[in-house]
Design a protein. Structure first.
Length: 126
């Protein structure tokens, strides 16, 4: 097992790593919309927050030579399911024709007041 901390991603806000590699799988911790520059929440609506979450996910994946095309499963956490259509449109933009398995759940609260958090599992092999 290898612990991964991606220099281009925002620092973890707790006692966890950005990801853990086990064999051919990379288990990525949930990313909230924090700016890697100052560690502050980006945006006040789900649209800019979702774009920032994807920027953070891409930074973690890139640190291991991976991209969104390597993602096999995501879990999306939303503070309100009413944000689903907007989040889903941005999610579709980022993944394009690649369609990993996904779960989406509404939660009572997310870290630092974020509106969206996304975690993923990526594979190093086809």
């Amino acid at each position: 097992m290898e612990i991964i901390n991606a220099p281009a991603a925002p620092a973890a806000v707790g006692p966890y790593s950005h990801a853990v590699r086990l064999g051919s799988l990379l288990f990525c911790s949930g990313q909230v919309p924090l700016s890697p520059e100052d560690g502050k929440l980006v945006g006040e609506t789900v649209e800019p927050q979702t774009h920032q979450v994807f920027a953070n996910i891409k930074a973690v994946l890139a640190s291991q030579g991976l991209s969104l095309d390597n993602v096999v499963k995501t879990t999306v956490f939303l503070q309100s399911m009413s944000d689903f259509p907007a989040m889903n449109a941005i999610y579709s933009e980022h993944f394009g024709s690649h369609k990993p398995a996904r779960s989406t759940v509404e939660v009572a609260k997310l870290p630092l007041g974020a509106l969206v958090e996304i975690e993923c599992i990526a594979a190093f092999e086809g």
